[in-house]
Write a protein that binds this ligand. Structure first.
Ligand code: FES
Length: 104
């Protein structure tokens, strides 16, 4: 049986480039992520992901992590903390998909 490592071999980062997210600066967010594109981080743009009021929207797979109101300045943190360190960037998590833990 194949072994399963905690961290994926490859991340997929999708950045919404549809209207609302674009107005919020998703072009700069996409450009910032593309600077970190590598053999383990694949960056792509997407159509509307249905979270327009909280854009720019970024989805990270595997793990189905949704980030909201992402700015280009947040990107190094998401790359280092999440994609390299395996820890979510909590203050950018979309509350619809990642409700705050009331006991935290
Ligand atoms: S425009 Fe980005 S989620 Fe809808």
């Amino acid at each position: 049986m194949a072994s399963f490592s905690q961290r994926p071999q490859r991340w997929l980062v999708q950045v919404c480039r549809h209207r609302s997210c674009d107005r919020g600066g998703s072009e700069q967010v996409l450009a910032a992520f593309r600077q970190h594109q590598s053999s383990t981080i694949l960056v792509t743009e997407s159509e509307c992901m249905g979270q327009c009021s909280a854009g720019p929207t970024v989805q990270v797979m595997p793990g189905n992590t949704w980030y909201c109101r992402v700015t280009a300045a947040d990107v190094p943190r998401i790359v280092e903390q999440h994609l390299q360190g395996g820890e979510l960037v909590r203050d950018r998590l979309h509350p619809r998909f990642h409700p705050p833990n009331p006991h935290a």
